[in-house]
Structure formats: C-alpha cells, structure tokens
Design a protein around this ligand. Structure first.
Ligand SMILES: [Zn+2]
Length: 144
C-alpha cells in the first residue's frame, strides 16, 4: 500500500478493498489451537501480525497485548508501538460458538485484516475467520 493510502487508512478515510486471499502460517494456526486449549476455560486474546500485498494478506505471527479474560469476555489494553500495525485479531470462545459478539464486531471494525475466533474444543474446524465488517472469510494455511 502506498504511503498516502496508508495515512488515509489510519484515519479511517481509505475505503478498504478487502483481500482476495488470506494466508495464515501453520505455526500461527498451531499456536492458536494450543492457546485456546491452554487458557481454557478463560478466553485468550491476541493480535495478528503480517503483511498485505496486492490483495493478499499473509499472517505469520501473533502480537501480544496485556488483557483481562473471563469465560465470557476478554478485554485488551491496546497500546501498540507506532510502527507495529496489527493485521487483525484472534480470540477464543471457551463456551459457545465461533460467531462474533457485538463487542467483537466493534473490535474487528478497528483493524482491517482478518479476525479469528476459535471455539471449544479448539480443533482446526473450530476456527472461523472474519473481515473487519464481520463477514465470514476463507483462509489458507501455509506450511511456512
Ligand atoms: Zn468474542
């Protein structure tokens, strides 16, 4: 993305075109599966790092922000360094289904990219991906 588009986007003035492909590395997927199980019965919440290029979004790392979590919700104190731009988020739904809540949709709308929700029992098929409007997205898993 060009620098001027980047500035427009930061201020919410750039109309997002969406992504034609979302690719997530196997390492990130495995971490998400593990984190869902390791933090159960609480929610886990993290942000996703990666890059967007020509409509292809590639997620290759997790970004941690401190958060408070219960079985029903997670709240992050978001304070990223200026040059760290999250490309989405990930959180778990320890009970219930992997559809976004109203609070989830508000969070999604702040970060263009891909937003993952994983529900109990935290298997590959329990991961759902959404765009910043809360529309369901498909994604591919890359081995590296
Ligand atoms: Zn949620």
């Amino acid at each position: 993305m060009s620098p001027i588009r980047e500035v427009l986007r930061r201020f919410g003035l750039f109309k997002e075109q969406g992504f034609s492909r979302v690719i997530i590395t196997r390492e990130v997927i495995n971490s998400i599966l593990d984190l869902g199980r390791d933090t159960y019965p609480r929610e886990v919440m993290m942000f996703l790092g990666g890059r967007a290029n020509s409509g292809v979004l590639r997620i290759d790392r997790l970004l941690f922000q401190p958060y408070e979590a219960s079985p029903e919700s997670a709240y992050a104190r978001i304070n990223f360094p200026l040059l760290t731009k999250p490309m989405g988020s990930f959180h778990s739904h320890p009970r219930g289904i992997n559809r976004p809540s109203d609070a989830d949709l508000r969070l999604f709308s702040k970060y263009p990219g891909v937003h993952l929700i994983i529900s109990y029992p935290f298997r590959m098929q329990d991961i759902a991906a959404y765009d910043h409007n809360g529309e369901r997205l498909g994604f591919e898993v890359a081995e590296k």
